[in-house]
Write a protein that binds this ligand. Structure first.
Ligand code: HEM
Length: 399
């Protein structure tokens, strides 16, 4: 598997394997809300198991060529399954319009993360395993303490869902999140679509599946890939009346845009860049937020190496973020048609056959591959006709 992921991801994969034993460690979740930033962070309660982190680079499913992929020009290709590609295209356009008027990029990113992040690697059965399945549309899950405020994001998207009934909630939440990152100036995320929705509230995950921000050991549940994903906090704010963290308002948030208030991690909290890493490293501005789980990225040596890199190199951050976000968006999802895992032997065979021309089991061939072959054939035919001309003439002159 390591050979099928990029250099940065390979390093994360190795580190994830090393950290495997921590995957069942306790997590902590904010269980109450406070109304003032001056009050201490709310009490924390223990969670049962790792929701997602150790799975980002393990048990990777092979990208199906039959699934709906976003092409390089941003269009949706191939046949519609769980979601209709034309409708996905329309929904994406409407999401862009929504972002322009409501400046809701951060909450849409958080919505996608909280739908997918309930994934429990210890449960195989769908939808019991949680993950990106649209369950977050139901009140019972929206009422979980960790999801405070996300009902506003679902409401914003409901009009789009009503217009494009051929798009599942699970796809819509992930489409909205990826589009928000891109529209805020972030990287293009290699998304795929076709996620199936859970059908009723009884299929929602139990409360307490998401990691929380507080002590005592925030590093326990952070694997390296979360360093890149934490960079999403370059967007948005924390609000004491929702999560219990952050100030009610700061000089950067008191005037909005969007609903004013809260405490942001960065100055320009609607712009997706690497300023999160720079700002939490420096911790110079009391108006900028640093959660315990943010601070640990520069305290724990195994995370610090990545956090330092991302603070220095935005391109590296964008590359790793896009990859990690795409994987996050697929956690626990059931795709229609079902994903198939290729055997290792089959992957080796495909690698051997396609390696020379840039294909791999996890990487579809570049779309211009067949065009290139046609050009080569045409050039060969032309050369053959040029070369064969004088020979015929020569033969003719001999006879
Ligand atoms: C260790 C894991 C994480 C913890 C502990 C954490 C914690 C938090 C907290 C406490 C808030 C404030 C919520 C509020 O008061 O409204 C927040 C906001 C946010 N989180 Fe995270 N987060 C984590 C991971 C992530 C990931 C993986 C993403 C996306 C890939 C993400 C994206 C966001 C965004 C965009 C916001 C701003 C929401 C808004 O402005 O409405 N977070 N997070």
């Amino acid at each position: 598997m390591a050979s099928s992921v990029s250099g940065a991801a390979s390093r994360l994969l190795a580190a994830t394997a090393r950290a495997k034993s921590s995957s069942s460690s306790a997590f902590y979740l904010i269980s109450h809300r406070s109304s003032s930033s001056l009050a201490p962070p709310p009490p924390l309660k223990s969670l049962r198991s790792s929701p997602f982190l150790s799975h980002l680079f393990r048990n990777q499913k092979v990208e199906r060529r039959s699934s709906i992929q976003v092409s390089s020009n941003g269009g949706f290709s191939t046949v519609a399954f769980a979601s209709d590609p034309d409708q996905l295209q329309g929904a994406k356009k409407d999401i862009k319009d929504l972002l322009k008027t409501r400046f809701c990029h951060p909450i849409l990113v958080r919505l996608g993360w909280h739908d997918a992040g309930t994934y429990d690697k210890n449960i195989e059965e769908w939808p019991k395993r949680g993950g990106a399945n649209g369950s977050l549309r139901f009140d019972i899950e929206l009422e979980h303490a960790a999801n405070a405020g996300l009902v506003n994001a679902v409401k914003l998207l409901q009009a789009i869902k009503d217009k494009y009934s051929g798009v599942t909630y699970a796809d819509l939440f992930q489409l909205a999140s990826a589009t928000a990152v891109e529209e805020a100036g972030g990287p293009k995320i290699p998304m795929k679509y076709g996620r199936v929705d859970v059908s009723g509230p009884e299929q929602c995950p139990e409360e307490g599946k998401l990691p929380a921000a507080g002590p005592p050991s925030p590093a326990e549940h952070l694997q390296e890939e979360i360093v890149a994903l934490s960079g999403a906090h370059t967007l948005g704010r924390s609000r004491p009346d929702r999560s219990g963290w952050g100030k009610p308002e700061t000089k950067y948030t008191k005037d909005g845009p969007g609903a004013p208030g809260g405490q942001s991690w960065t100055v320009q909290w609607l712009k997706f860049d690497n300023s999160y890493f720079k700002d939490i490293k420096e911790k110079r501005d009391a108006d900028l937020l640093v959660l315990p789980t943010d601070a640990v990225l520069f305290e724990d040596p195994s995370f610090k190496v990545f956090a330092e890199k991302y603070a220095e190199d935005q391109e590296a951050f964008f590359k790793d973020y896009a990859e990690a976000h795409a994987k996050l968006s697929n956690l626990g999802a059931k795709f229609d048609p079902p994903e198939r895992e290729l055997s290792e032997a089959m992957k080796q065979k495909i690698r051997a056959e396609l390696g020379v021309i840039g294909g791999s089991p996890n990487k579809p061939l570049p779309s211009n591959y067949f065009l290139n072959i046609m050009i080569v054939i045409a050039v060969l035919a032309l050369l053959t006709s040029l070369v064969s001309g004088p020979i015929i003439d020569g033969n003719q002159s001999k006879s």
